[in-house]
Design a binder for this molecule. Sequence first.
Ligand code: FE2
Length: 280
Amino acid sequence: MPDAGLRWRVPDVPGVFEAASAWRHPQPFLEVVRQTYGHLLLESLGGTYSWTIRPANRDQFRRAGLTTLGEYIDRFLQDDPRPLPYLAHVSVHRNLPALKRYLVPPPEFGPNWVDEPRYDRWSGPEIYVGRRGCYFAGLHVDHCNVHVGFVQLSGRKRFTVFPPADGQYLYTWRGVQFPYQRRNSAVRLFQPDWAERWPDACKASPRVIDVGPGQGLVLPANWWHVTQVLEAGVTWNVRIVNHTNIAPFIREHLLGIPRGIGLAASRLRDRVAGRKPAWP
Ligand SMILES: [Fe+2]
């Protein structure tokens, strides 16, 4: 087992490990959330990148007739057959702060220099709750060369991951937020015709990793990933910055400055020319 210190090394390839003691509370996670934060409005929840729930998610909850986090958890736990959208990007620091002390990162996550509220823009520990069939379809890498640690608090999730070098085959596009990295892929792996629509993606080398209850996973920086829920459950994830990636983490922020200037200039040129601006 690696030391949680400077001797820690990020794995070359993501792998599953036991992390059953990550949740240090005698009651199941969702029971504690229900008791402590069941009153929260679903519309008030949000994660690292936007701090508000995604508009599409908000519509899903409205259509499902759900208003509070407690209603959501009740429907989830009671196996209620009515539809239940994926509850994604719930910020631990902002929405569930009293639970933070019970979520103890396993040693495999290594040291994390940004896992505190003031650095939440980078670490953003988040919770995902979903039933079988829920998925996160947008193939991407996380921002600024962070590693990402996951623990399945319950249920089972499938990660489809690609090594960083596969980005050349994945029809990438630039993120709209600083530092404007090309860290999103147009490929939609859950569409049955993805191989015809994005043929270069067939040259890539995906790996499928299933993470079960009480298991963890570390995705090294810049591994592409999508996820799907195989068995209803809860995922906790946190982004990691330490001695292994602090230099590229800072470099990515610095690169965002000329990228931002270039993007602003191209938007200005489009406006002057009367063209519809296209996001590169
Ligand atoms: Fe991610």
